[in-house]
Every structure is written in structure tokens, then in C-alpha cells.
Design a protein around this ligand. Structure first.
Ligand code: TXA
Ligand code: MG
Length: 319
């Protein structure tokens, strides 16, 4: 039986004993273990049924800790950390030997992030080790943005879920690495390209599929509901799926009265892309649990967090 609560001491005790605890972050809930304890980290892969080639992000409590776990930290990287940490940015850097190979799937680099959720930062301050944590969902499914989402899928498999309320950002961190004087973006996420470009003059997209060894976890079919999901113009898609029970995900527009529509999720009536990102995964889960045959999703504006939303919808639609 898995307990949900906000008992920091209990979470810290379990983690110190090498057990797993789900923790809130501003992006999504993470499934955490002591990052320096290989047997503890192994359990993450078992519980998530995650392939061993998909590396984990290591969560740290301060910018100073960069130098503890990364072998090389250029002034550039420090600038990025100072601009955006704590926050939804993961920095991929050459790793120190202290980080076990299982965490990084044998890569010579490690993904480091200082999350901005107050509970998890406090937890990190109470622990003498950093936390390895992937999103707290079974491999390939939609990431959890509430404690209940974690419970729905991992009940009985982990002892404790630290409840920090719904995640404010709602999509996973933006993952970047350096190549020469260029900043490569491996995964779009909660920090927009526009914000990154304010600090990093040369930003290049290096979004990966399964074939890119730089970020082996970025498989096409990911973040996926069980129902088939299609992305595009909703009116066109509805025509194409005539006769089916249809669920719709839209930005501002209301399609609930349209023929065949049995469920609909409007992500932000005010047209606020941040609000839309924060509720996207919860909306996908609700529709996936409902009785529609298909989920039709609108294309979001390709700017700000709209890029990350489109990326997740596109990966969810891949068959
Ligand atoms: O917002 C987030 O990033 C959340 C919260 C919990 O922090 N975590 C998360 O972790 O989304 P996960 O495991 O679902 O995705 C981590 C991804 C991997 O799939 C991989 O693509 C990339 O991070 N990654 C991790 N370490 C890497 C490395 N050394 N080199 C390249 N990519 C790496
Ligand atoms: Mg994940």
C-alpha cells in the first residue's frame, strides 16, 4: 500500500534507507532515489519498467553542487544555471565518477537540474545526497502532474508519495547540452526557447528520436494515452472520424456541441499558453479514462510553451 502525505521526515527516512519516494516538482512528479546508491536507482528502472538505456536526471539543491557532480562547468553553464535555476531546465554535462553508471545509462554525461518546488527543495536540503528522478509514470505513459496521478499507476509499488499539489509548469524540463559554443536543445519543455535565447546567444534544436544517442530516452512514441490520438485542425479531424465517439483537446475554442463529441477539454479559455501547458497532461488522462474512441487534439501556437505542448501531442500521436 502506498501512502500519500506531506511528511518530509518520512520521505527523507525512506530515501536514506535506499527506498523510492515520488516527489513533486514544478514540472511533473518524479520517482526519486538516492542518486549515489546504485541498488536504489535500479529499483526506479524496475518500478517504471524503463529500459536501461534511458538515463535519469539528477536533482540537486543548489547551483554550487554543479561542481560536485559535473566534471566541467564552463562559465556559460553557470550563467544558464544562475538565470534559470531553480527551474525547468536540465543541463547535460560531463559527469564525475561519483555518479553511478546506472544513472546515466553508461553515458559519460549526466543531466543535472535544480527543481523549484519548495517541498522538494526542502527535502533535498535535508538529505546528504542528490535525487535521481525520472517522471513517476510507467515507461511511455503520460507524466503525472498530481499525487493522485502517481497513486493511480504506482499504488503498491512504492512506499510513499510526497504530495505538493498540482504541478505549476505541467510539462517536463527543457534539456540542453553544449557543443563548442553552441547550446543544443535535446528536449523542448517548461523553459521556452525564447527565454533560453536571452542568455545563450547560439541555440540550436537537436531534438532526438530513438536513433539519437545524445538523448536515448526521446523515443517517438512517448507521453502516450492508450486511446489513439490525432493532432491537427479539429474540424478536418472530426470529418475524418465521423461516426466515432470523439474527445477533443483544444486551446481556447469550444467544440463540445459538435456532432460526435462526447468529451472536450479546453486548456485555457483566456488563451494563456502557460495555463494550457500546466493542465495538458491532466486533460489527456481524463480523456484517456473516458469512453471516447479517439482523442483529437488541436495544434497549438508554435511559440513559447506552445512548442513543448505540440511536441508532447505529436509524440502521443505517433503510432
Ligand atoms: O522535468 C523533468 O525533467 C522531470 C522531473 C521529474 O524533473 N523529469 C523527467 O525525467 O522528465 P525523464 O526520465 O522522464 O526524462 C529524462 C530524459 C531522458 O529520457 C533523456 O532523454 C534525458 O532526460 N537525459 C538524461 N540524462 C541524459 C544525458 N546524460 N544525456 C542526454 N540526455 C539525458
Ligand atoms: Mg518521462
Amino acid at each position: 500500500m502506498t501512502l500519500i502525505g506531506n511528511n518530509m521526515q518520512q520521505a527523507a527516512d525512506l530515501l536514506s534507507k535506499g527506498m523510492l519516494v515520488a516527489v513533486p516538482t514544478e514540472t511533473v512528479y518524479g520517482l526519486a532515489a538516492n542518486a549515489l546508491d546504485a541498488p536504489a536507482v535500479l529499483q526506479i528502472f524496475e518500478v517504471k519498467q524503463r529500459p536501461a538505456f534511458d538515463p535519469l536526471i539528477v536533482h540537486i539543491k543548489s547551483i554550487n553542487e554543479l561542481n560536485l557532480y559535473a566534471a566541467e562547468v564552463s562559465p556559460w553553464i553557470t550563467d544558464l544555471a544562475e538565470a534559470f535555476w531553480p527551474g525547468p531546465l536540465t543541463l547535460v554535462l560531463p559527469k564525475k565518477a561519483l555518479i553511478p553508471d546506472i544513472v546515466t545509462s553508461g553515458l559519460s554525461t549526466v543531466g543535472l537540474r535544480m527543481p523549484s518546488h519548495p517541498l522538494t527543495l526542502e527535502l533535498l536540503h535535508n538529505l546528504p545526497f542528490p535525487l535521481a528522478a525520472p517522471s513517476a509514470n510507467p515507461f511511455g505513459y503520460i507524466s503525472p502532474t498530481t499525487a493522485q496521478h502517481v497513486f493511480d499507476q504506482l499504488n503498491g509499488k512504492i512506499p510513499y508519495i510526497l504530495d505538493g499539489g498540482p504541478c505549476q509548469v505541467g510539462v517536463e524540463s527543457t534539456i540542453v547540452g553544449m557543443e563548442g559554443d553552441e547550446l543544443l536543445v535535446y528536449r523542448l519543455g517548461g523553459l521556452s526557447l525564447e527565454d533560453l535565447a536571452k542568455v545563450a546567444p547560439r541555440v540550436r534544436l537537436a531534438l532526438s528520436a530513438s536513433s539519437n544517442p545524445a538523448a536515448p530516452g526521446m523515443l517517438h512514441s512517448h507521453y502516450a494515452p492508450r486511446k489513439p490520438l490525432f493532432v491537427g485542425n479539429i474540424i478536418d479531424l472530426m470529418r475524418h472520424h465521423l461516426g466515432k465517439r470523439i474527445a477533443v483537446i483544444s486551446f481556447q475554442e469550444d467544440f463540445s456541441g459538435e456532432k460526435g463529441v462526447v468529451a472536450s477539454e479546453i486548456l485555457s479559455r483566456q488563451g494563456d499558453i502557460r495555463e494550457a501547458a500546466s493542465v495538458l497532461f491532466a486533460a489527456m488522462r481524463r480523456l484517456d479514462a473516458g469512453d471516447a474512441d479517439v482523442i483529437l487534439a488541436a495544434q497549438f501556437p508554435e511559440s513559447g510553451l506552445g512548442r513543448a505542448i505540440n511536441d508532447r501531442l505529436c509524440r502521443a500521436s505517433y503510432v
